[in-house]
Design a protein around this ligand. Sequence first.
Ligand code: SAM
Length: 271
Amino acid sequence: MNHNKMKDLYAESTRNGGFYDHLMGEYDQMMDWESRLARETPFLEKVIAEYKVKSVLDAGCGTGRHCFHFLTLGVEEVVGADASEKVIEVARARAQAVGGETRFVQAEFTELAHKVGGSFNLVTCLGNSLSHLLTYDDLELTLSNFRQLTTSHGAVLVHLMNWDRRLARQDRFIPPKGYPTAEGEKLFFRFFDFHEELVTMNLVIFQKEEGPDLKWSHRVISTTLRPWRREILLMALDDAGLKLEREYGGLDASPYHLMNSPDFVFLTRRA
Ligand SMILES: C[S@@+](CC[C@H](N)C(=O)[O-])C[C@H]1O[C@@H](n2cnc3c(N)ncnc32)[C@H](O)[C@@H]1O
């Protein structure tokens, strides 16, 4: 392998977007969107009503599932942004089929204000996406971008894994998720390796092979995450000029408990 090819390989494996470039449409197979959106909708509807939301920016939008869902909840203008050009391409293709007012922009979290521009009644960052940021400076800069893109009476909604609980329990595994395909069953299994500061998230995709033997092939992709604890997140919110309004233990609006809640969800507004 030549020198430049080798450099590209290492550049990609350290860039978080690379993980999703490799995953593409399979993220949607793993996610079980129907039941997820059914669970999240009552809370999202409440937020939309409370903040009189007409426009949403979904940061780390992936293939745009939440964006299209926001349109069905009465939001008039939706923009999705993501670092991965490949998932943005999937989202744009879907937007053509769905219609409605959606725009998809390739952008890192830290360059949203510059690349997206304008202001929104609601900025969302869902599905643990912020954990892809590895430094405090990037976290603060990202939250400050969210603030700049929010109208004066608007809100920022962030949804993360509750890392305080997961780290305390050294809880490495997410239950596997099956998905039927024409070629045979697929199984998605995520697990974490905890390091001193950072976490490796591994995704093993098992595919049942055709034929009478019960054989499975598999491939593994991994990415590095920063397990942001609540205390650091609150500090970064403050530094970015955002005020915490409310916290929840998930997008089902359950109360937040540091050591019991599976997720950490917070609503903030401009300080
Ligand atoms: C776990 S997925 C979440 C997708 C979707 N929001 C959800 O709730 O299912 C994380 C998304 O964040 C994107 N992402 C990761 N790092 C990013 C960064 N630095 N800037 C913008 N997007 C990023 C990835 O490309 C991916 O689509």
